[in-house]
Ligand binder design. Structure first.
Ligand code: NAP
Ligand code: MG
Length: 403
């Protein structure tokens, strides 16, 4: 069989620990035999980030701006323990944070649905994609503890000297106070990313905030979403039969629980932090969540939602067998390859991505899976495979489908 050609390179960001091992296996077994893989390779493994003073992360993000599509392996975000383990020159920032700061944008997370792994919520039949605003609110707050009577005020001084002042609370006894902010520009780009991604994936958008209580702050989010939808998206949504729906966050939560899925749930930063963990665990497993960063300019970076699976890696280093789930990492590759195919009008490449996803799901549905899924599956007598054997089993299914 002739290998599939790629016109434009995909930006490939390698990573750390167990996911780096899976990365190599996926390339060897599931990609290189079928595709003349054209990637621009960036090693974001912590050792190489340290060698380059983290310049490699910046270069990889800039390459994503140049080519438009990237695929990223999970990476270590260093903490104190990692400083010692890797003898680091400094405590580098999270690579995802660095990349997001350069590309700007919104992270969309969706569960991979497969027969045999049933959501806890019975009526969820289709994926719920969670879009989390990634700037501001309590993640960039200022807060303090008040230990004696006094008053807390919110003060704004404009550059030309105008002052606004409001009483937060008169404290007669100890308590806590906090200040936080957001930016119109950031909310606008969040809204655009959501609406663009909805058009791209043909899904409705639901957005919830608490504008009845927060009449200025949350109302601003509601207004901006509404304004951008009316001005730039209403007609395009109508043309393909999609809708945008705003309601109070508590009403949205109640509706989500009764819905069948198949929409994008746009969340403010904190709501997204909390609700994405609820949605992913209710759908089954963190190892079955995909994640894509979509910039307002239309750059895409695909990855798995989970981390580097450190505990499994240490077992692997001891020479012990691991049964690490590679599905979300396989889907990061297929997401990126499909998008690359779409942008280059390379139908063969997109079709291959579809087929590899199908092969992955069929393998699980036939009862072959890694340990994490075997523990939660509704299929009887699942066959638990180790990391490599699962990827091999997917390859066998893929070869069958290609016949
Ligand atoms: P993690 O790698 O997501 O793993 C947490 C636990 O979840 C694992 O120990 C494992 O449970 C289970 N798990 C996650 N993915 C799995 C998979 N593919 N197959 C089977 N089980 C899986 O999170 P972590 O251990 O908290 O973090 C490890 C490193 O990842 C950290 O250095 C962190 O900075 C980094 N991280 C990176 C990203 C990213 O690059 N996007 C995201 C999150 C974390 P059992 O051990 O019980 O089997
Ligand atoms: Mg969280």
């Amino acid at each position: 069989m002739e290998k599939i050609k790629m016109q434009t390179p995909l930006v490939e960001m390698d990573g750390d620990e167990m996911t780096r091992i899976l990365w190599q296996m996926i390339k060897e077994e599931l990609l290189l035999p079928y595709i003349d893989l054209n990637t621009e390779y960036y090693d974001l493994g912590l050792i190489h980030r340290n060698e380059t003073d983290d310049q490699v992360t910046v270069d990889a993000a800039n390459a994503t701006k140049k080519y438009g599509v990237a695929v990223k392996c999970a990476t270590i975000t260093p903490n104190k323990a990692r400083m010692e383990e890797y003898n680091l020159k400094r405590m580098y920032k999270s690579p995802n944070g660095t990349i997001r700061a350069i590309l700007d944008g919104t992270v969309f997370r969706s569960p991979i649905i497969v027969k045999g792994i049933e959501p806890c919520v019975k009526n969820w039949k289709k994926p719920i994609t969670l879009a989390r605003h990634a700037y501001g609110d309590i993640y960039k707050n200022t807060e303090f503890y008040i230990d004696k009577p006094g008053k807390v005020e919110l003060v704004y001084t404009s550059e030309d000297g105008e002052e606004k002042r409001a009483l937060v609370q008169e404290f007669h006894a100890p308590g806590v106070a906090m200040g936080m902010h957001n930016m119109d520009a950031s909310i606008e780009s969040f809204a655009r990313s959501c609406f663009n991604y909805a058009l791209d994936t043909r899904q409705d958008v639901w957005f919830g905030a608490k504008d009845t209580i927060s009449k200025t702050y949350d109302s601003r989010f509601k207004e901006i979403f509404g304004r951008i939808f009316e001005a730039e998206f209403r007609d395009r949504f109508a043309a393909v039969g999609l809708t945008y729906f705003y309601s109070l966050i508590d009403d949205i939560v109640a509706r989500v629980m009764k819905a069948e899925g198949g929409f994008i749930w746009a969340c403010k930063n904190y709501d997204g932090d909390v609700m994405s963990d609820m949605v992913s665990s209710a759908f089954g497993s963190l190892a079955m969540m995909t994640s894509v960063l979509v910039s307002p300019q239309g750059y895409f970076e695909y990855e798995a939602a989970h981390g580097t699976v450190q505990r499994h890696y240490y077992r692997h280093l001891e020479g012990k067998e691991t049964s690490t789930n590679s599905v979300a990492t396989i889907f990061a590759w297929t997401g990126a390859l499909r998008k690359r195919g779409e942008l280059d009008q390379n139908r063969e490449l997109s079709a291959f991505a579809d087929l590899l996803e199908k092969a992955t799901l069929q393998t699980i549905e036939s009862g072959k899976m890694t340990k994490d899924l075997a523990l939660i599956t509704s299929l009887e007598n699942p066959e638990v495979l180790n990391s490599r054997d699962f990827i091999q089993a997917v390859k066998e299914t893929l070869n069958e489908l290609m016949k």
